[in-house]
Design a protein around this ligand. Structure first.
Ligand code: MN3
Length: 204
């Protein structure tokens, strides 16, 4: 059956809502141009894939599969990212000292060490990609990891809790080449209520 079209989700805040980390102009381009591009391209390539499938053309199918993987990743991860951010006047940056906080203190010694480790790994992503806080499904331990391009985390073992976009399009308008400052600043708009909610769900 032809797939339902995927659509660009609305942000839960205005384009100016994530200032000063994301100037309104930057967030508008990021959401309305970049994220929309992934949505449009995943829909387009799904159509092409289904067309190739009708002709049993496995070479074409493999080609479109690659494009689907990239653009689906872009759509899914951005949707996840927008939700783990919040305006500063709506709780953005306010650390929620509940279960996740306790788990962070257990797995990373303390919150500052966690931030330090997350920053180091995320700033160190080569080229374009993402920094992640995730939960290992089997051990229930938290871990920090990164992914390249629009790659999802390993679905077998990782439950993602929070991510940070370190593609240049995420920070270049305000920070130019200073990825390190952008990653240090993004803590002021992290939606810890959402991340806590994901953590509780992941533990079940
Ligand atoms: Mn992006």
């Amino acid at each position: 059956m032809p797939n339902e079209k995927f659509i660009l989700p609305e942000l839960g805040y205005d384009y100016s809502g994530l200032e000063p980390v994301f100037p309104a102009e930057a967030l508008k381009i990021h959401h309305d141009k970049h994220h929309r591009g992934y949505v449009n391209n995943v829909n387009l390539n799904l159509e092409k894939f289904h067309e190739a499938e009708k002709h049993n053309d496995l070479t074409a199918m493999a080609h479109f599969m690659g494009l689907i993987k990239f653009n689906a990743g872009g759509h899914l991860i951005h949707s996840f990212f927008w939700e783990n951010l919040a305006p500063q006047n709506k709780g953005g940056g306010e650390v929620v000292k509940k279960e996740l906080f306790k788990a962070i203190e257990k797995d990373f010694q303390n919150f500052d060490k966690f931030v330090e480790a997350f920053n180091a790994q995320t700033i160190g992503v080569q080229g374009s990609g993402w920094g992640w806080l995730a939960l290992n499904k089997f051990t229930k331990h938290l871990f920090i990891t990164t992914s390249s391009n629009q790659d999802l985390l390993n679905q077998t073992s990782a439950i993602p809790l929070m991510c940070v976009d370190v593609w240049e399009h995420s920070y270049y308008i305000k920070y130019k080449n200073d990825r390190a400052q952008y990653v240090k600043d993004i803590w002021s708009i992290i939606n810890w209520t959402k991340v806590e909610e994901r953590f509780i769900k992941a533990l079940k």
